[in-house]
Design a protein around this ligand. Structure first.
Ligand code: SF4
Ligand code: SF4
Length: 225
């Protein structure tokens, strides 16, 4: 999931300074888990905008806002309320914001949250970064733990010089990712493999990570989907 945090209301009101009427879109998936764009937060935002003198013409919380077709379909069901708004505020990650923008060609669309990182949810309210979407996954060489995402320096070939007694030099409260990798490798019988890759050069294809990336199935490219 994509972790997100709320933008300050002042920033949102800045975006909306030329819009008296607003339609609010949330997201039933990641932003709901992060408590930034679920039904509750959309209702709270509606209240806050109305308290600031805005008219909220309607709200919608798609199941997964980054699905352009489903989101567009849901907004079509409320087309009068959407049409009555001078702007749309989206409480979801940046992909959700752009998903809404793609279906609302003539309407300004603004983000109400900041996207943070690609994450796992350990428990409700405990969300941790685990992947930076590098396009060449190497966790198979590192006992299932990603050094790209979990080391502040992205050290791929072993701990940096600041490693101290198992802790990370950037944050002494955190274990160095290499402590985690080696501990897990011992438990899973992968130590030899990990040690082989620590210090190895050129195991990673950095060129795979290009932007804008795309994933289009061949049948779709060939017009068969
Ligand atoms: S190696 Fe790349 S794809 Fe795999 S978890 Fe780490 S950042 Fe994500
Ligand atoms: S101590 Fe470990 S986790 Fe921290 S920056 Fe160095 S290599 Fe990365």
């Amino acid at each position: 999931m994509i972790a997100s945090k709320k933008k300050p209301l002042e920033e949102i009101l800045g975006y909306l300074q030329d819009a008296q009427s607003v339609f609010i879109v949330g997201c039933g998936d990641c932003a709901t888990q992060c408590e930034t764009g679920g039904e509750t937060e959309v209702a709270q935002m509606k209240q806050a905008l109305e308290a600031a003198g805005k008219t909220v013409t309607g709200t919608a919380v798609p199941d997964v806002t980054c699905n352009i077709l489903d989101t567009a379909r849901l907004l079509r069901k409320q087309k009068e309320a959407v049409a009555a708004a001078e702007a749309i505020l989206v409480l979801s990650c940046g992909t959700g914001v752009q998903s809404v923008a793609e279906s609302q060609e003539s309407k300004p669309v603004y983000p109400g949250v900041d996207s943070l990182f690609s994450a796992v949810t350990a428990r409700k309210g405990q969300i941790y970064e685990r992947c930076v979407c590098c396009s060449d996954c190497v966790v198979g060489d590192y006992a299932g733990i990603c050094p790209m995402a979990r080391c502040p320096k992205g050290q791929l070939h072993g701990p940096c010089g600041g490693y101290d007694d198992g802790k990370c030099e950037v944050d002494r409260n955190q274990s160095c990712v290499w402590t985690l990798i080696l501990e897990r490798a011992e438990k899973t019988g992968q130590l030899e493999r990990v040690l082989e890759h620590m210090g190895a050069a050129g195991v990673k294809d950095y060129q795979a990570n290009r932007h804008p990336a795309e994933l289009v199935f061949e049948p779709r490219r060939a017009g068969r989907l």
